[in-house]
Ligand binder design. Sequence first.
Ligand code: SR1
Ligand code: MG
Length: 411
Amino acid sequence: MEYTYEFLSTDNIVGYLASRPETSSIIDTNSIVEIKEVGDGNLNLVFILKDNLGKGIVLKQAIPYVRLVGPSWPMSPDRARIEYETTVIHSQAAAHLVPEIYFYDTERFIIAMEDLSDHKVWRTALNNGDINYGSAESVGEYIAKVTFATSIFGAGAEAHKKGIARAINPEICLITEDLVFTEPYFPGDRNSYLPSNEADAQAIINDEQMVLEMGHLKFSFMTASEALIHGDLHTGSVMVKSDAAGAEISTRAFDSEFSFYGPIAFDIGAVFANFYIALARSIALGRTEHIAFLETLPNAMWTSFEFHFRSLWPTRQDKRVFNDSLLDDLMVSWKEGAFGFAAAKLVRRIVGLAKTSDIETLEPDLREGAARGVLRSAQMLVRERHNHLSVDAMTAKVKEIMQEARTGKGA
Ligand code: SR1
Ligand code: MG
């Protein structure tokens, strides 16, 4: 399909916003003093505008191709509708944990939303060594509340089925199916890593158990329509605002364009993986205090997820066979699944397309060991995930592997 809509630019954006009455109380388009393009993701244009009173707005526009690669990789801008609808649906379950949406432009694929520029992207904050108490718990709360609300337990059978039909997102899901679950295990053009990590990448390709586990996980990703998940819940999809002592002021999950009805464990595993990638960075840099903080995050997030999901359980729609023992079993299987999905996410960020600044901004002598530690942790996670270890026990294993793999000065 050929798309002919106009892209936003610094030249046309004020005129565009002035033509939208929905935001006249949010920002004064007659006194715009700042326009910044801040899109640091892989897909879209993102602008922040501020007026002379400091009031701001974010305009995010989906372009009809993958920004990271260019027009040679076309991609339907309908993903903006998915993000808009998911953010609205998620806000019904957890309004304080997502950005407020002002409008969605169906013709130009533009979402207007709350300016969160007094927050930091969590990946950037963690890269800098920031401490953000309470945000991992809020991410766990977000996952629990939005997945419960959109599951058969919260929504009921009919609404759940209608939701699946509305949120079907095959083109975007294919990105994850290819980049996360498949390509790192086969030599290909889109894979890349340091020459010094060649043996580590080959070890992954030759790890038959790992490849089999990826088969199981990919099957689950493609078939388990449990709830309306975020679909790309990494630390670059979370904004945090903390006070000077690191106490939480606000935490928001955003950028849910990869959303679809998928396995709940996928979102949990994505967050685990990104905490582990942040840990690899801090271990490489020898940041002792930050390591001590980061290693608490996976369990803090999981514990909060479990607490909030269990708190909602008594409100489930059909209690006949969905009893408390089922919930106990689901928690076990979601934890096991989350460690597996975390492994998949870890490998793709080291070997596959679209990497993370946590690792990529390390000097090569440090990056080599950090990347090795991430890959070896993934191999451990897919094996140990069936052994019913606690989240803290698994994190301790990850930390030990990363410390052993460390390279560069001081290793
Ligand atoms: C081509 S898109 C690459 C990656 O960017 C997104 O953030 C997702 O993680 C996707 O896999
Ligand atoms: Mg994204």
